[in-house]
Design a protein around this ligand. Sequence first.
Ligand code: DGP
Length: 114
Amino acid sequence: MADTIFGKIVRREIPADIVYEDDAVLAFRDLNPQAPVHVLFIPKRPIATLDAAGPNDAALLGQLLLAAAAYARQQGFAEQGYRCVINTNRDSGQTVYHLHVHLLAGRAMHWPPG
Ligand code: DGP
């Protein structure tokens, strides 16, 4: 897949406010936050979209979600609630084609989303 701005963040070629890292996952604050807490969880090994993921990516996708959930618990907002979003392709509003989980928290959110 084509390199993206998130690939540059993984390689530390551009700065980001990194809040979590392990062998497979990197998490950093969104540049354009949509909630008081807005963190992006990305796989270090890039996958362009959820639509491009396959059975070989199953464990990695699980790691992303579990890392987001653990962060929410550690930061103390899990019980109050949060939202995880994976925008996928054009109609969802995906702009960076390196799969990422948006973790949003710190305010009440509406459903259905716009
Ligand atoms: P999406 O629309 O789902 O593809 O979300 C991409 C998000 O990435 C968007 O909320 C803004 C964020 N973003 C874009 N460029 C950068 C960047 O260089 N640094 C950081 N921290 N976030 C970025």
